[in-house]
Design a protein around this ligand. Structure first.
Ligand code: MG
Length: 384
């Protein structure tokens, strides 16, 4: 029986993780769970999975949660203290982090600090603090297992072979809903257009990131931290999202991982690896699928991709700046405060206004994150 602590249980990753658990009730137990503010769904999940500890980040909704699970013997801890408690329960075999955005960093670090293996869907944790996160994992000998589908694919394709034998990682991208748009068409993109992802069903923030290809930029940074900063990473647009990524090895042999776009597969693998369990999920039918296509990414129409690569190159605080500026700009677009094409422009300006400094500890990351949020908000107010 594997004991799981789940961070972000009401989000897309959380819901899919609980679905995997339900499919294998004799193999998995949810020990603790946390959510942001969706108290209705969270109360339902808590009633069903009966964790020992539950935490809701939104402290204004704690009373409502307590009322709904009053008959159960569950410890409820609010706010960040609660997410940290969920992340560090010593009985846990693995912490699954499905938190959205940089809010995932602190609980993920605490899990590693406590020596618990981390199944990581929250890419921001590695993007903004990769060096510190890896150091912590090494110190406590805890493992980081990727859930992001591309990184799970790379992890599966690597399957015990040495990182040094990788010639390059081939990171696939769906290209999002605007893959075939002209620059002119990109001028008039609405929130509704951007929220329609062709292949994956995800939360709003990551769906917008997929449409700008910032998601692939963040995944590029994530891949570098997971599989070696010196490992070349090539991004290739593969519209069908059937190949989830590949590795070319030293001998030019390429290993790919294929499957239907379903997050339950990488989640299940993160929980069962190096073994695999029966999941009763639909199989890929290649004959029905037909053609698989590949093309180079367009850095002109998708400037966020280059911004992310540049941010990693500049290093230090810059990836944290990129990430925070993106989070604020995407939210401003969703709130219809800025047009679509300004997302990249604003991130570029924030990066331009920032002088990178070293990341010695978590506080340096949080300070950079805070600075970028304020700077982005200021720029949005001044320019719109
Ligand atoms: Mg992904």
């Amino acid at each position: 029986m594997k004991k799981i602590s789940l961070l972000g249980s009401t989000g897309s990753i959380g819901v899919n993780t609980l679905d995997v658990v339900e499919r294998n009730p004799e193999s998995f137990q949810v020990l603790a769970m946390s959510a942001g503010s969706n108290v209705d769904l969270f109360a339902e999940q808590v009633r069903k999975f009966k964790p020992k500890v539950a935490s809701l980040f939104d402290t204004t909704k704690i009373a409502a949660l307590k009322e709904r699970v009053a008959d159960l013997d569950i410890e409820i801890i609010p706010g960040e203290e609660g997410s940290i408690a969920v992340a560090t329960l010593p009985e846990a075999d693995v912490v699954v982090s499905g938190v959205v955005g940089s809010a995932g960093l602190v609980p993920a670090m605490e899990a590693l600090k406590a020596g618990i293996n981390l199944a990581l869907a929250n890419k921001e944790t590695l993007v903004i603090a990769g060096e510190l996160v890896l150091k912590e994992a090494e110190k406590t000998n805890s493992q980081i297992i990727p859930i992001d589908s591309e990184h799970s694919a790379i992890f599966q394709a690597l399957n015990g072979e040495k990182n040094e034998r990788i010639k390059k990682i081939i990171l696939t991208a769906s290209g999002g809903p605007f893959r075939t748009y002209s620059l002119d068409q990109m001028e008039t993109i609405t929130v509704k257009d951007a929220l329609k992802h062709p292949n994956w069903d995800m939360g709003a923030k990551i769906t917008i990131d997929s449409s700008t290809m910032m998601n692939k930029g963040l995944e590029y940074i994530e891949a570098k931290w997971l599989f070696g900063l010196d490992t070349p990473v090539e991004i290739i647009v593969h519209a069908q999202s059937i190949i989830h990524s590949m590795i070319e090895f030293a001998d030019t042999s390429i290993m790919a991982q294929l499957g239907l776009p379903d997050m339950r597969v990488p989640i299940a693998y993160a929980l069962t690896h190096p073994d695999r369990f029966e999941c009763n999920l639909p199989s890929l039918d290649l004959a029905t699928m037909g053609d698989l296509t590949f093309e180079a990414p367009d850095f002109v129409r998708f400037p966020c991709l280059q911004l992310a690569i540049d941010a990693l190159e500049m290093g230090q605080t810059m990836p944290a700046i990129l990430n925070a500026a993106n989070e604020v700009a995407v939210q401003a677009f969703l709130d219809e405060l800025i047009p679509y094409k300004d997302i990249a422009e604003i991130i570029r300006m924030v990066m331009h206004n920032h002088r990178p400094s070293p990341l010695n500890d978590l506080q340096d990351v949080l300070n950079a994150d805070q600075w970028a949020r304020e700077e982005t908000t200021k720029l949005i107010t001044v320019t719109h």
